[in-house]
Design a binder for this molecule. Structure first.
Ligand SMILES: Cc1cc2nc3c(=O)[nH]c(=O)nc-3n(C[C@H](O)[C@H](O)[C@H](O)COP(=O)(O)OP(=O)(O)OC[C@H]3O[C@@H](n4cnc5c(N)ncnc54)[C@H](O)[C@@H]3O)c2cc1C
Length: 243
């Protein structure tokens, strides 16, 4: 008999299992995959260093307090994300990707850039007013309405006011942050995510944003080290593959 069954050996499941074990409960973790880490996945490159294929970046101290605290507990360190040199932006609406050297993508036009910046501000304000900490409960069914829409709302807004490339920039933004197409992403989820991050721009930025550091040795180590702790505290694990 086990007191608690935890489903999933990603960071959340393993932290949960560790807390329960520390409180003296017996825990069994069921994991569908043959590895721990879930959406963090670090693989070894030919040179021997580990490369992250899933979640990898952490923000400066204070902006992601929970993961930063966990990393301190596990003895994990960060190194700054390298971002000097030429930038490449593939909007998938042109034959060749854009190459540029400043922070501002070239080849989109001033009008297009203004449209995207306005869309980012509009999205940030909406996020703060509608689903941020200042928002009260679901007034006038607003959240339900947002829940029924996709992030293509933003793409449509920019697409109507700018050129095709501008629309492509919004799609690239969504792909980069969420790993999916705007029409696959809940508008409510995007607003909630932006509100939690303190604005859309923080999600996109490297310096002062959420892509400023990576974890030395790969992000999957968070789960690997947690799994070791869970095992040493007496937790049981079982995976679909029988490992
Ligand atoms: C491409 C990509 C890039 C990302 N980049 C970043 C980033 O740079 N910075 C950042 O902070 N975050 C990033 N994230 C998000 C971050 O990786 C996740 O928020 C985090 O890993 C979620 O951890 P979790 O434990 O909550 O869920 P998961 O990691 O999804 O873990 C869930 C686990 O449960 C298992 N599971 C699910 N259902 C069952 C079931 N029925 N039975 C048994 N097992 C089950 C899954 O196999 C999985 O192992 C990124 C995500 C992706 C995909």
């Amino acid at each position: 008999m086990t007191d608690v069954v935890v489903i999933g050996a990603g960071i959340s499941g393993l932290v949960c299992a560790r807390e329960l074990l520390r409180k003296g409960l017996s825990v069994t973790i069921l994991e569908a995959s043959d590895r721990v880490g879930g959406r963090t996945f670090s693989v070894s490159s030919d040179s021997g260093s580990r490369v992250d294929l899933g979640g990898q970046w952490v923000a400066v101290e204070g902006q992601q307090p929970h993961i930063r605290q966990l990393m301190r507990e596990l003895g994990l360190e960060v190194h700054p994300q390298h971002y000097q040199g030429q930038r490449v932006l593939d909007l998938q609406s042109r034959e060749a990707p854009l190459h540029y050297n400043s922070d501002i993508p070239s080849g989109i036009g001033v009008g297009g850039l203004v449209a995207v910046q306005c869309a980012i501000w509009w999205c940030a304000i909406r996020a703060r007013l509608s689903v941020g900490p200042a928002a009260s409960c679901d007034r006038n069914g607003k959240l339900a309405r947002f829940d029924a829409q996709s992030a293509a709302v933003l793409e449509k807004m920019v697409g109507n006011s700018g050129k095709g490339a501008t629309k492509g920039l919004v799609a690239a933004m969504v792909r980069g942050v969420f790993g999916c197409e705007p029409q696959e992403l809940s508008w409510l989820h995007m607003l909630h995510y932006a509100a939690c991050a303190g604005g859309v721009e923080r999600l996109l930025k490297i310096k002062g944003g959420f892509q400023e550091f990576t974890i030395v040795g790969g992000a999957q180590q968070v789960s690997e080290l947690l799994a070791k702790e869970v095992t040493s505290l007496g937790g049981n694990g079982s995976s679909e593959s029988g490992c």
